[in-house]
Write a protein that binds this ligand. Structure first.
Ligand code: HIS
Length: 390
């Protein structure tokens, strides 16, 4: 095996991807900081005790574990930044009231989210702590969609759900506690056969409700059908009203509701949402409300946030080579150097060609349609005659 081969689902970020990711990182940060979100940079590794406390078994399985040679304790490489940011809010900043935090960085997955997905996603997200208001859900969802629009993603279809619907059904059945994870798994895969197998363990009414819920998804009209079909679970009604309102306020081009598939990690406790785009297997945006994550640390803070998977988004973006102007090198020519400086300050890429440069290699990186020529006593950007030697 070649020594330079990389592990499965791990890949270099080559110039085109890295360039676009960097542009996305900075436009994301300028958008969310303009909404009052402060940047934090949690560490790559932490003791698993703090990294995974309050999260579900799914995140545990996805986390790479290593032994810390200094303390002998087990550390985890972050698979998700949300719990880290929640730790910062609850125990480091320790603020009263609302705090708005944002982040960008790499996470590492022991198992990919999808067979085709990278095991080193590059993520960007926001987390809003300290508010249970419906407006905080709305603020975060709208901001997530606005971020996608700044990346030129058109026709955004939002998937909305809420963990409270399944919870209302399961809470009424004392036997559900021990099989909850299996039920959630079967539900999210719309696996009616596996749900049916719980008959006998769970009450018939619970199994019937779950079977019904598994096939009830779609546009806003499904909310009325659920309200009708689940009339013996009245606690569902305010949840349906809340997600209906969120769907309408979100500004998405289309909204689909599904309460069987909670779109994200198991720590979510309220509204859940995700955005998928055609041609990608994994959601490009995932998020929701997770009010309980800090409870086991002794500080429960209401929380809501979203995470964008930037490498998934780059895959559908226009990554064409940028324009660049070709220029000669001449240290003795102040006019030339002043002109180059001026062009660069306007945001243009100016490449000064070295003797070893080859036009073919340069053109792999840039669209070199123009060059800087000395015409009538001034350095002028001129159309480059194709094939001209440097
Ligand atoms: N970090 C979660 C999404 C999320 C952010 N905040 C709440 N949930 C994920 O990657 O799926």
């Amino acid at each position: 095996m070649s020594v330079w081969l990389l592990p499965e689902n791990i890949a270099d970020m080559l110039p085109r991807e890295a360039r676009v990711i960097e542009a996305m990182r900075s436009s994301f940060l300028s958008l969310v900081t303009s909404h009052g979100f402060e940047i934090v940079r949690p560490p790559l590794v932490e003791y698993v005790d703090s990294l995974l406390t309050g999260t579900g078994g799914d995140l545990d399985l996805r986390t790479f574990k290593i032994v810390d040679q200094v303390s002998g304790r087990t550390m985890g490489i972050r698979a998700d930044m949300t719990p880290q940011v929640a730790r910062i809010d609850a125990h480091i900043l320790n603020r009263e009231g609302v705090s708005r935090l944002c982040y960008v960085g790499s996470v590492l997955h022991a198992r990919p989210l999808h067979p085709m997905a990278s095991r080193q996603p590059y993520v960007a997200g926001v987390e809003l702590f300290g508010s249970t208001s419906a407006y905080s859900d709305k603020e975060v969802i709208c901001l997530g969609l606005e971020a996608l629009r700044t990346f030129n993603i058109q026709n955004i279809m939002l998937d909305l759900g809420h963990t409270g619907v399944v919870k209302a059904i399961l809470d009424k059945d004392p036997a559900s506690g021990s099989v909850q994870d299996q039920i959630l798994f079967a539900l999210s895969h719309k696996d009616r056969t596996s749900i049916e197998e719980f008959r006998g363990v769970l009450q018939d009414r619970t199994v019937d409700a779950l079977l019904k819920l598994a096939v009830m998804f779609g546009d806003e009209s499904v909310l009325d059908k659920i309200a009708e079909e689940f009339s013996d679970y009245p606690e569902i009604l305010p949840i349906l009203d809340h997600v209906r309102w969120l769907g309408r306020m979100s500004g998405a081009d289309g909204v689909s509701y599904d309460f069987a598939d909670v779109h994200g990690y198991q720590y979510l406790t309220g509204v859940t949402y995700s955005v998928n785009i055609p041609g990608r297997y994994q959601a490009v945006l995932r998020g929701g409300r997770y009010d309980d994550i800090g409870a086991r640390f002794g500080r429960r803070r209401p929380a809501v946030g979203f995470t964008l998977y930037l490498r998934e988004i780059v895959a559908v973006m226009d990554t064409r080579r940028p324009y660049a102007v070709l220029a000669p090198i001449n240290d003795e020519d102040p006019l030339l150097n002043a002109k180059i400086k001026e062009l660069r300050s306007k945001g243009l890429i100016v490449v000064q060609s070295l003797p070893e440069d080859s036009i073919e290699s340069l053109e792999e990186a840039y669209r070199l349609d123009e060059e800087l020529l000395f015409v009538d006593g001034t350095w002028t950007v001129t159309e480059r005659s194709v094939g001209r030697r440097i």
